[in-house]
Structure formats: structure tokens, C-alpha cells
Design a protein around this ligand. Structure first.
Ligand SMILES: Nc1ncnc2c1ncn2[C@@H]1O[C@@H]2COP(=O)(O)O[C@H]3[C@@H](O)[C@H](n4cnc5c(N)ncnc54)O[C@@H]3COP(=O)(O)O[C@H]2[C@H]1O
Ligand SMILES: Nc1ncnc2c1ncn2[C@@H]1O[C@@H]2COP(=O)(O)O[C@H]3[C@@H](O)[C@H](n4cnc5c(N)ncnc54)O[C@@H]3COP(=O)(O)O[C@H]2[C@H]1O
Lengths: 141, 141
């Protein structure tokens, strides 16, 4: 099984390339971020800065948790808080040259993992779906 | 690769058993469903009826999409609409005796798949994480 071409696949070949990835900016208010998330249909997306460097991840749960008050969801607070203040900033990343097993290990605990170059620029995302599709293809030998 | 014990695993051994699965009821208002989703941290959960039969799936995106008006999220409508009216009712399911490859195929397009018996009772869910963990274990031979 070590010789399978599967194991030679890299994050670069697996990933959804950056131009196809919905994202938000560090300084966007949560109101804008929530709208992007609901309209794109994604539960979480990457957060980038103005020069397209990867900064973190934000999702509906983080946003809704932030505005959940004692009695109701305090929607008015969404325009007062920026993405930067609530996003998850310490998510694991991949490098485009990382091999399949490294990608597989990282998606065990994360629905998607961002691919970032050595200078911190965002290259794309490796999703669980992409990894599962490859495994399904190679398991039928 | 056909002889791997991996392929003999069943949905029953992979699944998160029903008592550990957060769920909502058909007749819950969306307000209650959204609270359950935000507090549990899950983006989507199964919908059951009062006798614990599987009926569908509901997630934050369906709920937020439903109340997104032209100018704002109309939170007041959450108490007027029930889960039954917006849930996804036609999601694929698994049977507890289904083997690994069937489970793998189904999680390619779904973060989790409900395990249901022949009378429609809810047994548990098979998650992408459970499938990926097994694949990671067996791929290191
Ligand atoms: N517009 C769509 N068309 C077809 N299928 C869709 C879809 N939106 C969601 N899905 C399905 O639902 C899964 C979970 O999506 P979720 O948004 O929770 O979680 C997604 C989302 O957070 C992120 N993601 C995926 N594609 C993205 C993109 N183009 N831009 C931004 N984030 C993306 O990666 C996670 C895992 O994605 P993955 O593909 O493994 O798994 C996806 C995919 O199987
Ligand atoms: N409380 C927690 N503790 C540790 N890790 C957590 C977690 N909540 C979420 N995660 C991680 O985030 C992934 C996506 O969760 P999500 O809620 O979008 O999507 C979840 C959720 O919709 C559903 N799900 C999983 N466990 C559930 C449960 N006990 N009750 C209800 N639904 C569940 O199945 C989907 C896929 O779950 P999966 O485990 O593959 O993938 C999970 C898991 O890797």
C-alpha cells in the first residue's frame, strides 16, 4: 500500500484553489461575515488580510455564540464587532508540497485545512470531501 | 486490499450511537432548534419525531436562509416556523449492517449520515471523522 500513487498526491493537487474559495477580511464587521456565510452556504470560511495572507477561520457558530445573550440573539451587536476579534486564529495549515497522509491526518479533526505558502499567502483549501473522494477511488483495487 | 478488515467494518461499529447524538423534534419552533445548534456547537443535527423515528436533518444554514429578509435577519419569525417546514427530508441513510465502502461513499457528499433501522427508528450517525480515522489507521501498513 506504500507504493500507491495515492500517497504521492500533494495538497496542491487536492486543494480547491484560492480564487474559488469564499473568504472574509480581518476588518469586516460580523454582520457582513454572517451574510457571506449564509449566502455562500458554507458553515465556515478562511479569513484573509488585504494582501491575501491567511489569518484564521470564522464560522456561523463563532458568530452566533458571540451574540447569544441571556434572552435572545442580539443581532444589533453584529455591526459592532469585527471578524478579527472572534475568529479562530490558531488553525493548523498545510503547505502545497505536503503529501496525502499529512493532508489526511489534518482533516480528521477539521472539515477543511488552509494551504499557505512560506510567506503566509493563502493558496487554497484541502477539504474532507477531496480526501474522501481520493480514498474512495484508490480503495477499489 | 479487498481482504482488509477495514472493509468488514459496519455502520454499527463506526457510528455515534443515538443517545450521544444531539437532535431536535419535528414540531420544535426554529427558535428552539437554533438554540440547540448554537449551544451544542453542531452545524446540523438529525430531526426525529416523538417516537424517535428519523425524519430529516436541520442546520444553521437552512434556518438562517429562511429568515433572511431584504434588509436583515428577521429573528422574530423563528418562533413562527417549525423544524418540519424547513428541514431536509430526503437525506440518504445507512443501515447498521452496511459495510465500510457503503459508508465511505455516502459521507463523500454528507458530513454525517443517519443510521436507521427497517422500521425507520434512529440508531445513530456515521460521521466523516469516524470514516477518516479508520482510513488513517489502515493506510499505515
Ligand atoms: N455549495 C456547495 N456545493 C456542493 N456541496 C456543498 C456545498 N456546500 C457544502 N457542501 C457539502 O457540505 C459539506 C460541508 O460543508 P460546510 O460548509 O459545512 O464545510 C465546508 C466549508 O466550511 C469549507 N469549504 C468548502 N468549499 C469551500 C469554498 N469554495 N469556499 C469556502 N469554504 C469552503 O470546507 C468545509 C468542508 O467542505 P467539503 O467539501 O468537505 O464538504 C461540504 C460538501 O460536501
Ligand atoms: N463538540 C465537538 N467536539 C469535537 N469535535 C467537534 C465538535 N463539534 C464539531 N467538531 C469537529 O468539527 C467537525 C464538523 O462539525 P459540524 O458540526 O460542522 O458537523 C457535524 C455535525 O453536523 C454532525 N455531528 C457530529 N457529532 C454529532 C453529535 N454528537 N450530535 C449531533 N450531530 C453531530 O456530524 C457532522 C460531522 O461531524 P464530524 O465529527 O465528522 O466533524 C466535526 C468534528 O471534527
Amino acid at each position: 500500500i506504500k507504493e500507491l500513487p495515492l500517497l504521492q498526491l500533494t495538497a496542491e493537487t487536492l486543494m480547491v484553489s484560492s480564487e474559488k474559495v469564499a473568504h472574509v477580511q480581518l476588518n469586516n464587521p460580523l454582520e457582513h461575515a454572517l451574510l457571506i456565510l449564509v449566502k455562500s452556504g458554507y458553515s465556515a470560511v478562511p479569513v484573509l488580510d488585504t494582501s491575501y495572507k491567511f489569518k484564521g477561520v470564522i464560522g456561523k457558530n463563532i458568530i452566533l455564540n458571540e451574540i447569544l445573550g441571556l434572552e435572545r440573539f442580539e443581532m444589533e451587536r453584529l455591526s459592532d464587532i469585527t471578524v478579527e476579534h472572534v475568529m479562530e486564529a490558531s488553525t493548523p495549515c498545510l503547505n502545497r508540497s505536503d503529501h496525502f497522509l499529512t493532508c489526511l491526518k489534518k482533516v480528521i479533526d477539521h472539515p477543511f485545512v488552509c494551504v499557505v505558502d512560506q510567506d503566509g499567502y493563502f493558496d487554497g483549501i484541502v477539504t474532507r470531501r477531496a480526501v474522501l473522494k481520493q480514498l474512495n477511488k484508490y480503495i477499489h483495487v
